[in-house]
Design a binder for this molecule. Structure first.
Ligand code: AMP
Ligand code: MG
Length: 389
């Protein structure tokens, strides 16, 4: 048995490569350097600085939500950059702990899952109400390809474990019977979201536009898995945080397959965001040149996977079969202003493939890029304007 496993760290370092203030390599790409000069800042987080002058960049790396967080920050002074980066990390850890983790008893998703099968259901916060509402709309529009009710199945595949452990000796795909039992609990058509009053319950930290709360009813055994939108939600929150920090001039925040650009650099040059080459994850397949604030979200079969006897079991599941989606796509990148939807859309488009996926992206008014299994790249027109090989 031959096994390959990506750790969370390496997968996400490779998920999308960044060029911001760093010198490009021969391949036209540069990873953000780790452990560079002046690495220790004494603030606990691993930190890397790359020859910054006045205004930055200051670079920080840490982990949250099972993945690597890289921050490149432009601000008048280092103290501001350090302060913002610490605030962003707190936000990410808080989001995981209090909202989206299905493992931690402290989180809302955990408690919502525990309510499955109950008559009273579960009263969601305003922000998770908005999140689940957009997830069910995406489920509908993607003809069921995107489905956050797949939790029982994703757990069976033990996706989180692939990323968390350095060895998967003994990995076996789940048997058909178990898979079918788990699949029986899934399907967004089986959940109900019921409006609960219209009082303004928007919490201060919420960036959701919805002001009322929904009560969630799930059948026995159903489990939510927000893995496909969690990083997007995080990006949205970090955008909101940046909007409250006029002292931060520019930033690139990378969280697994999601990247946020914000503001600008002191020298006025654009952001350069590399898209990983699925055939060689140490390389880029091209670069997006972006001005100002954007979210770039990528989903691919190379991000988290186990390979057994030449068969690749990756982390994006087809809700019809409960198995890794069989696709002629290796990776999908969505470019848009709203990180949350971008994250969900890149997952959905991976399963749908370029024809239906491109139509879905157009329906949401966002740009899409598909790297096909035969090496071709298919792009929306707006993506062609910013993408260079
Ligand atoms: P992403 O890396 O954003 O494409 O999201 C993949 C993650 O979303 C997986 O690790 C699962 O937790 C979850 N997931 C897998 N398949 C689906 C699907 N068809 N719809 C929604 N979420 C999914
Ligand atoms: Mg996603």
């Amino acid at each position: 048995m031959k096994l390959f496993l990506r750790t969370a760290m390496s997968a996400l370092m490779a998920a999308v490569l960044l060029c911001c203030g760093c010198a490009d390599t021969g391949a036209g790409m540069a990873r953000q350097p780790e452990g560079g000069p002046g690495a220790e800042d004494g603030d606990g987080a691993r930190k890397t600085n790359a020859g910054q002058g006045a205004g930055g960049p200051w670079q920080y790396a840490d982990t949250a939500m099972g993945t690597v967080v890289q921050q490149t920050i432009y601000a008048a002074d280092q103290e501001t950059a350090r302060d913002f980066s610490a605030q962003a990390m707190e936000l990410l850890w808080g989001l995981e702990r209090e909202k989206i983790s299905w493992r931690l008893e402290t989180s809302e998703v955990y408690r919502a899952n525990a309510s499955a099968g109950s008559e009273e259901g579960f009263l969601l916060s305003a922000d998770l109400s908005a999140l689940l509402e957009s997830c069910t709309l995406l489920w509908e529009r993607s003809e069921g390809a995107f489905d956050v009710t797949l939790g029982a199945v994703t757990r069976l595949w033990d996706i989180d474990k692939w990323a968390a452990e350095s060895s998967q000796e003994g990995f076996e795909p789940p048997g058909e019977e178990l898979l079918n039992q788990a699949l029986d609990t899934c399907g967004s058509q089986k959940l109900r979201l019921v409006e609960e009053g219209s009082a303004d319950v928007r919490s201060a930290e919420s960036s959701a536009s919805r002001e009322s709360r929904l009560r969630l009813f799930m059948p026995e055994g159903m489990r939510l898995d927000l893995g496909a939108v969690g990083k997007g939600l995080a990006m949205e929150r970090i955008s909101a945080l940046l909007a409250e920090r006029p002292d931060v001039d520019g930033a690139v925040i990378s969280l697994g397959g999601s990247i946020l650009t914000y503001g600008g650099k002191p020298d006025g040059t654009p952001w350069r965001v590399g898209i990983v080459n699925p055939f060689d994850t140490a390389e880029s397949i091209g670069i997006l040149t972006l001005e100002g604030s954007w979210c770039v979200s990528t989903s691919g079969d190379y991000e988290r996977y186990v390979e057994v006897d030449g068969v690749r079991y990756h982390h994006i599941l087809d809700p019809k079969t409960g198995a890794p989606a069989v696709s002629d796509v290796r990776g999908v990148t969505i470019l848009m202003k709203d990180g949350l939807l971008g994250d969900g859309l890149s997952t959905a488009c991976f399963i749908l493939g370029p024809e239906k996926g491109m139509a879905l992206a157009a329906r949401y008014g966002v740009e899409a890029l598909f790297v096909m299994a035969d090496g071709r790249i298919e792009m929306s027109d707006g993506m062609k304007d910013v993408f260079r090989k």
